[in-house]
Design a protein around this ligand. Structure first.
Ligand SMILES: Cc1cc2nc3c(=O)[nH]c(=O)nc-3n(C[C@H](O)[C@H](O)[C@H](O)COP(=O)(O)O)c2cc1C
Length: 324
């Protein structure tokens, strides 16, 4: 017997569940879905904003953009295009997007499978650099969201490393920043959010160290034998520097990250460089006017023998998705 067609809202509901796995700053998962009529509404959850580190809500909206893109990837895997209205209501700026099911299309689950494989991998990567064709594909992934992916050139590497180190030093001395780190690395287990010691590596010899999360506990993830010699650093940059650009940058971050995961590469974001305004401006100059830096990433080949990073926790659908 033929199955009756699934209600459109069922597809969007399933997509909102897949979007639980989206990356977010400090694993704050700062969004909420409201399923209404034939659409799902994606809302910012301001109670999860990082007051010290992200007072403007840049990384908040980047995180929501990543969740939105994850949802569209799930719709595509089910054989539907997405009908998206971004920041559709100027009177309700916390409504990030209205997502509906668009016309049917050829199902494509390449990025959908990557949703469940993707991790923030803070370990040093291998000596083998990502292939040029792979980087072209990442540039195209960012470009789909009108975001530029700038690969830091060898002659810019020292200045880029200095920018990351300077941002880290400024934040290290900022009590508001430290409060954010402490709050989101000591969450109660049942909250199912925040960053845990299991996904953080202790310091090793490397030019660019990932953010130091280990204020409340010792890091618990083995760094392995990687050297970061083949690691490339990229900056995602937007033409404007407004909330809609931050949402687009989040969508691009998700698209780039899922694409590189499908290629067998690994990555971790470096957002310190945009959190400290002076460093963000310096980075903008370093990039020679390709746009406003929204976030940076390190991308490389995982070292074979180290195995995958453990999956980080997520809130449940019943906490994040409101049924009609
Ligand atoms: C906007 C944004 C900024 C982030 N900034 C950093 C960062 O500066 N350093 C870092 O190690 N991870 C960063 N992350 C990664 C998150 O900590 C990570 O996504 C979250 O803890 C969930 O873990 P998972 O990505 O392994 O699922 C960032 C993620 C997003 C979306």
């Amino acid at each position: 017997m033929m199955q009756p067609p699934r209600a459109e809202i069922d597809q969007v509901a399933e997509a909102s569940i897949a979007a639980l796995r989206a990356p977010s700053v400090f694993n704050t998962q700062p969004w909420r879905w409201r399923l209404a009529g034939e659409h799902g509404e994606l809302w910012v959850d301001r109670s999860r904003q990082l007051a010290g580190l992200d007072p403007d809500g840049r990384l908040l909206l980047l995180s929501c953009g990543a969740a939105l893109h994850h949802a569209t990837v799930a719709l595509l895997a089910a054989g539907y295009t997405s009908d998206v209205a971004r920041l559709p209501d100027p009177n309700r700026p916390d409504l990030v997007a209205r997502l509906g099911q668009g016309p049917a299309c050829e199902p494509d689950d390449r990025l959908y499978r990557a949703i469940y494989q993707r991790r923030t991998d803070r370990r040093p990567f291998g000596d083998e650099p990502p292939p040029a064709a792979g980087l072209d594909e990442l540039r195209a992934a960012a470009g789909r969201h009108t975001v530029h992916l700038h690969v830091v050139r060898p002659d810019q590497a020292t200045e880029f490393a200095a920018a990351v180190a300077h941002a880290g030093a400024v934040e290290h001395d900022d009590p508001h920043y430290r409060d954010d780190v402490l709050a989101w690395t000591t969450r109660e287990r049942q909250e199912r959010d925040g960053v845990s010691a299991r996904s953080v590596v202790p310091p090793t010899q490397r030019t660019i160290a990932p953010r130091d999360f280990a204020l409340a506990w010792p890091a618990g993830l083995e760094p392995g034998p990687g050297t970061d010699r083949g690691t490339v650093y990229v900056v995602l940059a937007t033409d404007g520097d407004e909330p809609q650009d931050w949402v687009a940058a989040g969508e691009a971050l998700s698209d780039v990250w899922l694409t590189l995961t499908a290629q067998g590469l690994a990555a971790s974001p470096i957002s310190e460089v945009v959190e400290v305004a002076a460093v963000r401006h310096a980075l903008r100059r370093l990039l020679g006017g390709v746009g406003n830096p929204a976030i940076a990433m390190r991308i490389g080949t995982p070292v074979g023998e180290t195995g995958p990073v453990p999956a980080s926790v997520r809130r449940s659908g019943t906490d994040v998705v409101g049924l009609p």
